[in-house]
Design a protein. Structure first.
Length: 313
């Protein structure tokens, strides 16, 4: 059996910007002295006149992007999630969200898979922060294929968009001819009747692997990829809840305010359902190899399998 191809979605982000830059001339990319890490350096090499390095000044970068958007161009601001969503939150809220400007935020190095950079850089709160801003679209792609499609969809969408990318190489799971990306529409990757795993981002591939382990125990798990956390696919979630009876959310983010919170909000109001939220509990991360951190926090396939099996029993 051939080894699964793995690509970090931050790499996909940089490559997608270059491809998009060849097609359109109103795309502008801004970075905060992290072009090598966020992979926007590839865009800078291809289109130096359309790349702006704002230095280590993320708040100012968002303000500059707001001004550029007001001229009719489409700016993508790029930095680590901790800085793009955290440090610059006020500017994103007041300078981009409030006037509903056409600014796209490419946030890389999200979640505990940042690894050795430690708790200060492992942003497990960004989805919660961004989805509370009125009118903000929040997208968390699962692999290279989805990340590239998300960048193009974000460009075509009129209004602010937050895109979440990772540092760790993720298995490519969407490389099929019938794959289609649509903002606000989840994707059923595996059918099942006993329960539904609703996953996002890096955890989608782990959820699929966990579903295979559950199948060996006679538990038939459906797997849904929710790449767009806002607006969320309410119809698909309600259908899964009705058909399988219970929902388990899986995310590399705090269980507070992220995918789990978003799904719980929908189902508690429209289809009360037994639920389990798997993610980072009410804690900060720590320094260590990314794969080992995912294992420690129970976000690898084995950890998901164990938690779901205990929940289902």
């Amino acid at each position: 059996m051939s080894e699964v191809k793995k690509i970090a979605t931050r790499e996909s982000y940089g490559n997608a910007l270059v491809e998009l830059g060849k097609e359109v001339d109103n795309l502008v990319v801004l970075d905060a002295d992290l072009a090598e890490a966020t992979k926007t350096g590839t865009f800078k090499k291809a289109f130096p006149d359309r790349h702006i390095d704002c230095g280590i000044a993320e708040c100012n970068m968002v303000g500059i992007a707001a001004g550029i958007a007001a001229t009719g161009k489409v700016p993508f601001v790029s930095s680590f999630a901790m800085f793009a969503a955290g440090r610059a939150f006020e500017q994103v809220r007041n300078s981009v969200g409030y006037p509903h400007l056409n600014v796209k935020i490419g946030a890389t190095h999200a979640g505990i898979s940042v690894g050795e950079d430690g708790a200060s850089h492992q942003c497990n709160e960004d989805i919660a922060l961004m989805r509370v801003i009125p009118g903000m679209v929040v997208i968390n792609p699962s692999d290279d294929v989805e990340a590239k499609a998300a960048v193009k969809a974000a460009y075509e969408h009129e209004g602010p968009v937050y895109l979440r990318f990772g540092r760790l190489a993720a298995p490519v799971i969407n490389d099929r001819a019938d794959y289609k990306f649509e903002i606000g529409k989840g994707v059923t990757l595996r059918d099942g009747k006993d329960l539904t795993l609703v996953a996002t981002g890096l955890c989608v591939s782990a959820a699929l692997e966990a579903a295979e382990k559950l199948a060996a125990d006679g538990i038939d798990a459906r797997v849904i990829n929710i790449h767009t956390i806002k607006p969320i696919d309410e119809e698909l979630l309600i259908q899964a809840a009705k058909e399988t009876g219970s929902i388990v959310t899986v995310e590399e983010h705090s269980v507070i305010g992220g995918l789990g919170g978003a799904v719980a909000e929908v189902l508690s109001e429209k289809c009360p359902t037994k639920m389990l939220r798997i993610g980072v509990e009410d804690t900060f991360g720590e320094s260590g190899p990314a794969v080992q951190l995912l294992e420690k926090y129970g976000l690898d396939a084995a950890g998901i399998y164990q938690k779901v099996k205990a929940f289902h029993s």
